[in-house]
Design a binder for this molecule. Structure first.
Ligand SMILES: [Zn+2]
Length: 205
């Protein structure tokens, strides 16, 4: 599904996510090793963690962005990483093995160098993880960004296999060629609509 407009500006932002519903889980071996990279409180990759190599029980089936269930770690198809080209430098991209089969070259793990909270306006929950310092945030309703992200950073991690990218990235992707990639414009609000007064900006991980 593509909701993009021609002639994107550098200040336009899009949310990329998998249009499919499938996700996958860590193998038992990888599950027991996740303490090396995962925050035990909020389940996101710890700050300073580089590329994460994992083993999964089965590959996700139906979209180029997915995630590991029970984790904030995303999965991205190797094709999509290639299409991002040099902009993939904003991501930590690790390897994926398939349980009982070895390397799974069509998939990579993905988490961003920078986190960005995609905000909403209903049923809002927010706290700062007391173990890793991450903004943990949940909300329903219409999605928006606030404050405006720094466009010098072209890709942010929206968690669980969601990426927030500039309009220039979407133009380069030729998103209509990715029918299983959900591409939605996300606007920058002039003020928060979730009732929160604490600053929730992008954070380097
Ligand atoms: Zn945490």
């Amino acid at each position: 599904m593509v909701d993009s407009e021609p002639g994107n500006l550098a200040s336009d932002w899009y949310l990329l996510s998998g249009a499919g519903k499938s996700h996958t889980a860590l193998s038992d071996a990888s599950h027991s090793g996740k303490a090396t990279w995962q925050c035990s409180k909020c389940r996101a990759p710890r700050p300073g963690t580089g590329p994460i190599d994992i083993e999964v029980r089965h590959p996700p089936e139906d979209s180029p962005l997915s995630f590991i269930s029970g984790s904030m770690l995303g999965l991205i198809s190797a094709d999509l990483v290639s299409k991002l080209g040099g902009a993939a430098k904003w991501l930590h991209v690790g390897s994926v093995r398939l349980e009982g089969h070895g390397d799974l070259p069509t998939w990579r793990t993905v988490h961003g160098q920078y986190d960005l909270v995609v905000r909403g306006n209903r049923s809002v929950g927010h706290w700062v993880c007391d173990e890793c310092g991450r903004n943990v945030y949940f909300a329903l309703g219409s999605r928006y960004l606030y404050p405006a992200p720094d466009p010098a950073i072209e890709i942010y991690d929206g968690r669980m296999g969601r990426l927030v990218v500039t309009g220039a990235i979407v133009d380069n992707l030729d998103a209509s060629r990715w029918p299983e990639l959900d591409v939605r414009r996300i606007r920058v609000a002039t003020k928060p609509r979730d009732g929160l007064t604490v600053p929730i900006g992008a954070t380097r991980r």
